[in-house]
Design a protein around this ligand. Sequence first.
Ligand SMILES: Nc1ncnc2c1ncn2[C@@H]1O[C@H](COP(=O)(O)OP(=O)(O)OP(=O)(O)O)[C@@H](O)[C@H]1O
Ligand code: SF4
Ligand SMILES: [Mg+2]
Length: 337
Amino acid sequence: MSEPALEIDSLTLTLHGEDGSPLFPVRDFSMRIAPGELHALVGESGSGKSLTCRAILRLGPYAMRIAAGNIRVGGVDVSQLAERRLHRFRGGRVGMIFQEPGAHLSPSIRVGRQIVEALRIHTECSRSEAYRKAEAIAERVGLTPARSVLRRYPHELSGGMAQRVAIAAAVICSPELLVADEPTTALDATVQKSVLELIDELRRDLGLAVLLVSHDLAVVERYADSVSVLYAGSIAEQASSEEIFRRPRHPYTQALLRARPQLGDIAPVDTPPLIIPGAPPALKAIPDGCPFHTRCPAAEELCRTAVPELVAHGGDSGYSRVACHVATRVAGVAGET
Ligand SMILES: Nc1ncnc2c1ncn2[C@@H]1O[C@H](COP(=O)(O)OP(=O)(O)OP(=O)(O)O)[C@@H](O)[C@H]1O
Ligand code: SF4
Ligand SMILES: [Mg+2]
């Protein structure tokens, strides 16, 4: 089996609260992404999706630290990289795109030069060779006519084009991993689809592993091979996409799926949408026991005191790991009482 493109083991991140006390926005998080696999991170706002992405890239925030665990990209331990090597690591081994398409682009520099600079930081190629490659990648990501588009300034691009430029700059050095944190949220619906199709094509054609953060479960179902459902910084459920969408096992996953506008064939059409009562806990007030117990319709006494372990469940169509006392007992796997 090939080495994972991304491997995270028992990652715990800390930040400092206003009174200086430690906060834990991500706790005991593990995952693997194989080359060519698209893994989605989902969960309500504040569940730790962006901080996980930032930790992979060592992109702060300044006060954030890896308190435990490790992150490896293509076998390289990210936490051990010296500051001077980070520059080459970002963009070289890991490409990144974020929500605001223009956020990566300097407003006063033509976009072609910005893509070329990305290449010249990471490779030895000459300027003319870099421009040839920039034109080729621009054509590949649908920026046509490439020569003319590359001469434009960022403000002369639509949001969709700017996101394509960001993707071109992110993949021009053939990274093994693309981290995409809500890459289409700021775009309108038709442009969203074309940008997601592009990411999916690049994944297939280049064998690129992709970590995609999205709030849109229809997008996740369409594109992801595997999914981590995060709640208050912990994995509630992690499974192949097939298992998550056909047989969600964690009450939080079930609630997310039933709360989405399009139920599809997940649940009977006459099932009323489940409104999850309450809101996710603040970082400084994550409850003891199962972090979801204050909102969970299936909570029992045990849930208030004991943190459920992430337990493997048999899946007909891929793997499934679930952190829920009740799901574990119902399935009759390890932890049965
Ligand atoms: N710089 C920071 N300082 C203090 N707390 C932060 C900082 N950045 C994020 N947090 C907190 O860490 C938690 C996780 O934040 P994160 O941005 O990873 O959430 P998210 O899942 O990406 O949410 P969203 O879906 O809204 O983007 C949140 O409670 C957030 O308020
Ligand atoms: S462990 Fe308990 S509170 Fe947590 S999701 Fe399962 S049933 Fe609900
Ligand atoms: Mg975020």
